[in-house]
Design a binder for this molecule. Sequence first.
Ligand code: FAD
Length: 400
Amino acid sequence: MKKRNKEEVLFSSDENKFRDELRDFLVREEAKKIEQEIYGSDFYPRELYEKLGEEGFLAPVLPAEHGGKGKLVYEAILAEELGAACVPLAWIQSTSSYVYATIARYGSEEQKRRYLPPLKKGANIGAIAITEPEAGSDVMRIKTRAELLDDKYVISGEKRNITNGSKADILLVWAITNPGVDPARGMSAFIVEPKAGTGVEVLEDYNLLGGFPGTVNSHLRFDAVSVPEENILGGENEGAKIMFDELSIERALYAAMLVGEARPVLELAVAYSMEREQFGTSISRFEAISFKIADMVTRLEAAKLMVYHTARLIDKGFDAEQESAMSKLLASEAFYEVAHSTVQILGGRGLSDEYPAEWAFRMARLSMIPAGTNEIMRFIIQREVYKEHKSKKNLNLLTR
Ligand SMILES: Cc1cc2nc3c(=O)[nH]c(=O)nc-3n(C[C@H](O)[C@H](O)[C@H](O)COP(=O)(O)OP(=O)(O)OC[C@H]3O[C@@H](n4cnc5c(N)ncnc54)[C@H](O)[C@@H]3O)c2cc1C
């Protein structure tokens, strides 16, 4: 029987080549070392992000005419590898990727020509602005207003918890354009360049639990921000469909990043448990420890398979709202289990900052909220299951 090579089964040779070249780049640029430095001195790795763009690794989801490979699966590989190598770098790439993937899907030719090249090069950073002080899980309740006055939309409102918000060059902002109807039919998405003097104000950069130094999460105010009429994405009042599509992509890619973030933590737990001796033997020989490893690996593998299955569904043009919710749920809970068990396996050292386990534990806890909370992921999954079941004509009840 052939020796098993998981990557060979899961990925095409071109996908593996992309992953290998990316890994080589991240090793060459000492991304892991930079991550450690950021942890001590809190800087935003924008330069390394630009290098990633210059080397051509960014935006593989873009179609060939924009220099990409046209598949989300490459974007998931990128998110996973960055998550494993350098978390702050992965966070910059995350929201930028949601922005360029969405512009590629819904942008006019002019919008693609103008916004995609600097995003692809890493010269620009993108951020997604949906959440508001009074509209979190209930995204249909946003209050930010955009009114068309002459040939410009004037946007007013607040957005909070925006990843990369204060650093972004391009924001995708959702706002109500027709307050007289159900928001599903009365909201639109806009491309906003929040340059100085445009009326986009940074109210605060939050210090979040698990917020890794080098990442940014902002509260923004839009004070009559004027954008050209042509900056509307898709059509007027078509924002809800674009939002749900964006969120499916975001959840799949966010989950890919979490699978990556969990990987070195799991490796730490395995290596540490093999080296650490108590009662005259390696602690890996105690089932209480090694069975934890078995559970961690199993959960993480399941999450990874779900992530790539979801990316391939999206690449084939299927609706993957349920699968992207399942990916985000599985990946965040797998990461949490990996981090929680690693702290336990490392004992007292797991709680100190000698090892990254304590940070991973905070980061994993954080992961249950962005891109939709895990309660909302469960809500979506059950809703889709019941919807599908109801659509079946003959309910096949298990009766005696
Ligand atoms: C690190 C981080 C990064 C983020 N990045 C971005 C970003 O880049 N762009 C952006 O727009 N937003 C971003 N967010 C916002 C994020 O999407 C919201 O925090 C999230 O959707 C939850 O909204 P909320 O915080 O207002 O909580 P709420 O919606 O107020 O929820 C509070 C609690 O009630 C529960 N709940 C609410 N409704 C239901 C329901 N129907 N059934 C069961 N339970 C329910 C929730 O699960 C939660 O436990 C980010 C958040 C974090 C923490």
